[in-house]
Ligand binder design. Structure first.
Ligand code: IVH
Length: 718
């Protein structure tokens, strides 16, 4: 109905929009308002009236359209056009120098400018503009897929709905960080307390909680803010440096963090880091370090990414945050193999963004080294996602006359039987085979993700089931199906959770043998060795058979039949040493364990049979792999399983003997080791190609080295 719209109305609407957008920018971004709130309100009302009279004038990027989208049931998935990356970390000048050296060597350039930006502690956001109008906003999610939070992002006043300037690319995707200002966070939490609502732990959590509200009006009611720091997709000519990008973003109407500065060398970066440390307490937003980016975009492109981390940037993190609190008690946790581990029960203290009330103390030696005692005032620290740690007594700590050094108990706190020191490690163990604490831990371990992966059967439920005598050993888990009605009666269980639990238990019956073996909790036997053992026995039946022989031998110790023979067979498996072989023999040789294995079989636990491959299929024979970081199309364990199926070996750390490091997201320090040792690095797709029988596509991100295996060498160089 454009014809019915008067030219005057069109013109006035445009004027009002421009005026409001400009006022908005001056107020929320430049913090230099030129008009009063009353003038702003009057303009907005006039525009609302005009748009109501002429609905055809209404555009989605109109300033009247920030709030107003109806609540939704959930968020749509958005696949990011290019992955949203994460960042590698450095913690000191030395590590920064190592990063700088790697960059220099990679591009063979000695000196390069670096942009230093504050690392905003909020949540990453990607926003897409078409012809200057905001069309979509998404959270980071797993970096590949995020959630569509467009309606909520539109309510953030410092994010422009419409861009300004004639050099705005027709399609533009920008990325930045949404945050909850600290001052506003404190006010907001205080209001929640008054309203009887749960408070948020820290500004970061509240930013994330606020952005993920299903009702945009709810998001609009919270004072979220955002800094934009990058352009992920560009068409046409653009700036040539990161600092140029920041300038362009600012010109187009985005709020950028003006603290950013360019450093010509490492001393410049150090100065910037010191300045950030000094400025931090005065900022109204949380920062957790400095982001250092190679300024030259052409250099950035040459450097590329490895896994999910760009080579061209790194984060220099602030040291762990510390706080002082009272160590109320040193308590003891009894593990699944009976190991007694001391842990600190602390007066709850807020540090590094969370409230800490417990921290492991590892063992008596650690406690002695740190010189901490019950009742001490101690320093607690937490860095980023790292688990909290007790550093030592606080300088102002005073001890009373009753203070005494900690001693490990000589009886198990769970079953009161005598404990014994383990010769091999510093651990003290409860060796009571019927210790309830051990039984519960073992059940937990059996159901855990790394073993049988039975969803819903966690720590709490396991304790309840054990205490109420539903389960005594792991095989009893599979008998629960017959006790459905009784289970429903358990406090907080109910029909649905029992149905889900029983379904999860039923599904787990088909878990691979290696997972089952891992779950049995044989001392010293981790998941990697469990793979090897599974590859040796191939079926549960064969394992039961070995247990039977080991039991017979235990009672009638003759040559062969489970004694020396069994051990020799086990030691014959590549990668299995004498300690583990003996541990397995001892475990299999216990009658209770034979009974557990048989009960598992009787309850229908049936791992799929393992099929041994022909020698010809073992395309990875002789190659040693390390897998690090999060992969997308398969889990790390699956990846390791595939390598082993094809005859390759898997180790947990990179050494000179490693042939390939396979990396996913956040590969961590293994990647650095690989570069240092010149070990070829495979990204996920290259790894998948290799599994499929091809050569790993040699791209820029792969440092090549001739692999040892003939099979691979042929595919690579034919
Ligand atoms: S650059 C290149 N610049 O930190 C990939 N990220 O640990 C990283 N972050 O997911 C983006 N402030 O959410 C960049 N000035 C800044 C940043 C920043 C905060 C966040 C971002 C990213 C995370 C990586």
């Amino acid at each position: 109905m454009i014809a019915m719209t008067s030219d005057a109305a069109v013109k006035r609407a445009a004027e009002l929009r421009d005026g409001l957008n400009r006022a908005n920018r001056l107020y929320y971004i430049d913090q230099a308002p030129e008009i009063s709130d009353a003038e702003w309100d009057a303009m907005l009302r006039e525009l609302q009236t005009l748009e109501a009279e002429h609905p055809e004038l209404l555009t989605p990027d109109s300033p009247t359209q920030r709030v107003g989208a109806p609540p939704s049931d959930g968020f749509e998935e958005v696949v990011h056009p290019t992955p949203m990356l994460s960042l590698g970390n450095v913690f000191d000048r030395e590590e920064l120098e190592a990063w700088h050296r790697r960059v220099s060597e990679y591009v063979e350039v000695d000196r390069f400018d670096m942009t230093c930006e504050l690392k905003i502690d909020g949540l990453a956001i990607a926003i897409r503009y078409e012809n200057g109008s905001l069309v979509q906003a998404a959270t980071r999610g797993d970096g590949i897929r995020g959630e569509d939070v467009t309606a909520n992002v539109r309510t953030i006043r410092s994010i422009p709905l419409r861009l300004v300037g004639d050099d705005v690319p027709s399609t533009l995707e920008v990325r930045g960080e949404v945050f909850f200002p600290i001052s506003a966070f404190e006010r907001f939490n205080a209001e929640r307390v008054e309203g009887g609502l749960q408070t948020y732990v820290n500004p970061r959590n509240s930013a994330s909680g606020s952005l993920r509200q299903l009702d945009p009006a709810e998001t609009a009611a919270r004072p979220l803010d955002a800094f934009i720091y990058s352009v992920s997709a560009f068409d046409g000519d653009g700036p040539e440096t990161q600092s140029g990008i920041l300038d362009a973003l600012k010109r187009w109407g985005f709020k950028i963090n003006s603290w950013s500065r360019v450093a010509a060398d490492l001393d410049g970066v150090s100065t910037a880091f010191d300045a950030a440390t000094a400025d931090r307490p005065g900022l109204d937003y949380g920062i957790d370090g400095l982001v250092i980016k190679v300024d030259d975009l052409a250099l950035q492109a040459r450097l590329g990414t490895v896994g999910r981390d760009p080579r061209w940037a790194t984060a220099w993190k602030f040291p762990a945050e510390q706080a002082t609190t009272r160590l109320n008690q040193i308590a003891i946790n009894v593990g699944r193999t009976g190991s007694l581990t001391p842990y600190a029960i602390l007066e709850p203290v807020f540090v590094g963004g969370v409230t800490v009330s417990q921290a492991t103390l590892h063992n008596a030696d650690v406690i002695a080294d740190k010189d901490i005692r019950e009742g001490d005032l101690v320093i607690v620290q937490r860095a980023g996602d790292v688990i909290p740690q007790v550093v030592g007594p606080a300088p102002e700590n005073k001890r009373g006359s009753d203070s005494k050094p900690f001693e490990m108990p000589d009886r198990c706190p769970a079953c009161d039987s005598a404990v014994v020191p383990d010769d091999e490690d510093v651990v003290i163990r409860c060796v009571n085979g019927r210790c309830p604490a051990q039984a519960v831990r073992l059940l937990e371990h059996f159901a855990s993700r790394g073993a049988m992966d039975i969803e819903g059967l966690g720590e709490k439920l396991v304790s309840v089931l054990y205490r109420q005598e539903f389960v005594a050993d792991v095989s009893d888990i599979f008998g629960l199906a017959d006790r459905r009605e009784e289970l429903i009666e358990i406090d907080r269980m109910g029909e649905i959770s029992v149905t889900n639990l029983l379904a999860a238990i039923e599904n787990s019956k088909k878990q691979p043998l290696a997972r089952l073996i891992t779950g049995l909790g044989v001392p010293h036997l981790g998941s990697e060795n469990a793979e090897l053992i599974a590859g040796h026995y191939l079926s549960l039946d064969a394992l039961i058979d070995a247990s039977l022989r080991a039991n017979i031998w235990r009672n009638i110790p003759l040559e062969g039949d489970g004694g020396p023979d069994l051990i020799e067979n086990l030691i014959g498996i590549e990668g299995i040493g004498p300690t583990i072989a003996e541990s397995i023999r001892d475990w299999l040789g216990l009658y209770t364990n034979l009974r557990i294995l048989r009960n598992l079989r009787n309850h229908g636990v049936k791992p799929p049979p393992i099929i041994k491959r022909d020698e010809d299929d073992l395309t990875l024979a002789g190659l040693r792999f390390v897998v690090s970081g999060r992969l997308e199309s398969l889990s790390r364990q699956e990846a390791q399983g595939r390598i082993k199926e094809l005859g390759g070996a898997v180790s947990s750390s990179v050494s000179g003997k490693t042939n390939y490091l396979v990396i996913g997201a956040d590969p961590g320090s293994k990647y650095d080791s690989a570069i240092r040792l010149n070990v070829p690095v495979l990204e996920e797709q290259q790894f998948l190609d290799l599994l499929a029988g091809g050569a790993p596509g040699v791209t820029e991100t792969v440092e090549t080295r001739v692999p040892k295996s003939e099979a691979i060498r042929n595919t690579l160089f034919d």
